[in-house]
Design a protein around this ligand. Structure first.
Ligand SMILES: Cc1ncc(COP(=O)(O)O)c(C=O)c1O
Length: 360
């Protein structure tokens, strides 16, 4: 198989050794004569997989005991509704940061369920910067404050965690979870679709502080109730077992790499190298304010957009896949999640230098 590097924003590449292990045990899982896809989610073999995945995740993120971990379905987009439905009080209001395409969607969904106040609107800056730390005043009556630590499409990432005092902080960590250590105790709810830094699509991770479980009303659909899912061990219905198993392999892989401190250093090196390559020339450009640049998703444009198609076609020929930018942003985007090796980033940089030499 030719060496390819997949820069997709999600579903994204998975670690090679995880794929090899999944392939090796696909049809005969641990000598059982069946695939892990074919066994009951309630049987002891799968229950052990689920328990190990949770234990490894708790270990990686140092999740405190008073937090529940849920392995759900429906993607981060379902959480856009589940968060207000689980956390709203009778008067129902929440503060939201509006920092890019994903917070736009989170807000639109939340507005179906409670009153949303936008506390920082980054529209006017074309989503190329974020509010400064401490620069936002919250409604003391808000049921929670929501933000998107890493905006996958616009490539902006918070370099700090908003201080919301007693108000629970809710974060959509879909595109940066597990990229660095995280002080979970600062959050009320953390959620993330799996298909970037966790595993394949189909699984959604929710980490919720236990005191928030009691707020939900019985009117909320059962599948979306955190308390019910917690009670049922995330098995109110049949969970996405294969995705859960693969997430478990990724967690074990992360531990084997040395944990999130090690991943954070590697991720920083990868991002620094690519930004340096972009910044060293007028041929490439990244519009995001320096201290708001994402380590995970790096959009860039060519000075001459007529070259975009050629760039993408030649990149693909060179085994550098899925570099096309999101349709809302245009240009290119390189996503550098945990599974992207440093060699992949170096290959991209080498290609970019050579492309500039030939077309610049
Ligand atoms: C930050 C962020 N939030 C939410 C989503 C939506 O996730 P899902 O497709 O799992 O609903 C994405 C998907 O790319 C994302 O990047």
């Amino acid at each position: 198989m030719a060496t390819c590097y997949n820069f997709s924003a999600g579903p994204a590449m998975l670690p090679e050794s995880v794929m090899q292990q999944a392939q090796a045990e696909l049809r005969d899982w641990r000598g059982s004569g069946t695939s892990v896809m074919e066994v009951s989610h309630r049987g002891p073999a799968f229950m052990a997989v689920a328990a190990q995945a949770e234990a490894d995740l708790r270990d990686l993120l140092a999740i405190p005991d008073d937090y529940t971990v849920l392995f759900l379905q429906g993607g981060a987009s379902s959480q856009f509704a589940a968060v207000p439905l689980n956390l709203r009080s009778p008067q129902g209001c929440a503060d939201y940061y509006l920092t890019g395409a994903w917070s736009v969607k989170a807000i639109a969904e939340a507005r179906r369920h409670l009153s949303v106040r936008v506390v920082a609107d980054m529209h006017e800056h074309q989503f190329t910067q974020l509010p400064v730390a401490g620069g936002v005043a919250f409604n003391p009556q808000a049921d929670y404050v929501h933000y998107t630590p890493n905006e996958t499409i616009h490539g902006v990432e918070f370099g700090y965690i908003p201080d919301t005092g007693e108000i629970p902080l809710v974060a959509d960590f879909s595109s940066s979870i597990l990229s660095a250590p995280l002080p979970v105790e600062r959050f009320g709810v953390i959620y993330a679709g799996a298909q970037k830094n966790i595993g394949p699509a189909g699984l959604t991770l929710v980490i919720v502080r236990n005191d928030l479980l009691g707020r939900v009303s019985d009117q909320v659909p059962a599948m979306l109730q955190y308390a019910l899912q917690a009670e049922q061990g995330s098995m109110y219905n049949t969970p996405p077992t294969f995705a859960w198993y693969l997430a478990g392999l990724v967690f074990a892989w992360l531990k084997a790499q040395g944990g999130l401190q090690v991943m954070a250093a590697i991720n920083q090196r990868k991002a620094d190298a690519l930004y340096a390559a972009i910044d060293q020339s007028d041929f490439y450009h990244n519009a995001v304010q320096l201290d708001c640049r994402s380590r995970m998703n790096i959009p860039f444009t060519l000075a001459d957009t007529r070259l975009d198609k050629t760039f993408l076609a030649e990149a693909e020929q060179a085994g550098l896949l899925a570099l096309k930018g999101h349709r809302l942003a245009g240009g290119m985007r390189a996503s550098l999640y945990n599974a992207m090796p440093e060699a992949g980033v170096q290959a991209l940089i080498g290609f970019m230098l050579e492309f500039e030499r030939r077309y610049g």
